[in-house]
Ligand binder design. Structure first.
Ligand code: AMP
Length: 282
């Protein structure tokens, strides 16, 4: 992989990179298309990274569709695919971690201890192997975006991070490889995540600025749906992931919930104009 990517860069070409865990859908392909539009050559990776799964999580049953993934990537114009084995990425005795402290224990990091340490470690390793000019991530994983941006800044990595919007099904459900776990009943119930976010957005745009009221409305919407258990619904600063009390400027409304046994996440970015200030009289 490194030889191939260095050859690209030696030829003076810009290399774009899309890291994934496979089981590809239109969300992933939107990143690939953005990468193709902004780069001369695009590399993708498929690696179901064991270190970002907790002991009781779905590593063993995570959907895998390597052959059709390869076909999709090829069709989209991806020139290089890096799909390492687990022991290539983590040779016996691997003991080095990359951790973004603080941020990694917020939102998903609170309910999935160690998850973001696994993500930042594998992304740092992938960046070192692929050495891309730019890497493309989805807004779907909003906390991951904040953490990777911070890692890149803190470690002076020479990679431009490009974030692409969430791709949804026609009915609003955010695309996710884990949607494959949902039967038709749970698939319908899962729509409550997006519905709750849209509800919060509507209230905020109608003038409600008090986060506790917005959250109460969103949480109530989720509580009404059978077989859905809320993990978190929060309104936070998109860079620090710290809760905000009043909605003003750019805020992230993020939700995670168990739909049956499947944990899903979704979010929406709001940009609410700060209160008008009175201009001094002339
Ligand atoms: P994953 O394979 O789940 O690790 O995701 C790989 C990349 O695809 C991550 O940057 C995700 O944020 C992004 N991604 C996953 N689902 C979507 C989606 N529905 N819309 C946009 N990007 C997505």
């Amino acid at each position: 992989m490194r030889d191939a990517s260095r050859a690209v860069r030696r030829a003076g070409k810009r290399l774009g990179f899309v890291p994934t865990m496979g089981a590809l859908h239109e969300g992933h392909l939107s990143l690939v298309r953005a990468a193709c539009a902004a780069s001369d050559v695009v590399a993708a990776s498929i690696f179901v990274n064991p270190t970002q799964f907790g002991v009781n999580e779905d590593l063993a049953k995570y959907p895998r569709s390597f052959k059709s993934d390869c076909e999709m990537l090829e069709r989209e114009g991806v020139a290089l695919l890096f799909a390492p084995a687990v022991d290539e990425m983590y040779p016996g005795g691997a003991a080095t971690w990359v951790t973004v402290e603080g941020l990694s224990s917020k939102l998903d990091g609170r309910s999935r201890p160690g998850h973001f340490r696994g993500v930042t470690t594998v992304v740092a390793k992938l960046f070192h192997i692929v050495e891309p000019d730019a890497a493309f991530f989805g807004q779907k994983d909003a906390a991951q975006v904040a953490i990777i941006r911070r890692m890149v800044r803190d470690l002076n990595l020479a990679v431009k991070i490009v974030v692409c919007p969430i791709v949804r099904e026609a009915d609003g459900l955010a695309m996710s490889s884990r949607n494959a776990y949902l039967d038709s009943e749970h698939r319908k119930r899962a729509l409550v995540l997006h519905r709750a976010l849209i509800g919060v957005q509507g209230l905020a745009e109608a003038g409600e600025r008090d986060t506790s009221k917005l959250l109460a409305a969103g949480r109530e919407a989720v509580a009404k749906e059978n077989a859905v258990r809320l993990d978190y619904l929060e309104i936070v600063n998109p860079d620090t992931l710290d809760p905000v009390e009043h909605v003003s400027g750019s805020v992230l409304v993020a939700v995670a919930a168990y739909v049956g046994g499947t944990r899903l996440i979704d979010n929406i970015l709001l940009d609410i104009a700060p209160p008008a200030t009175t201009l001094p009289a002339k």
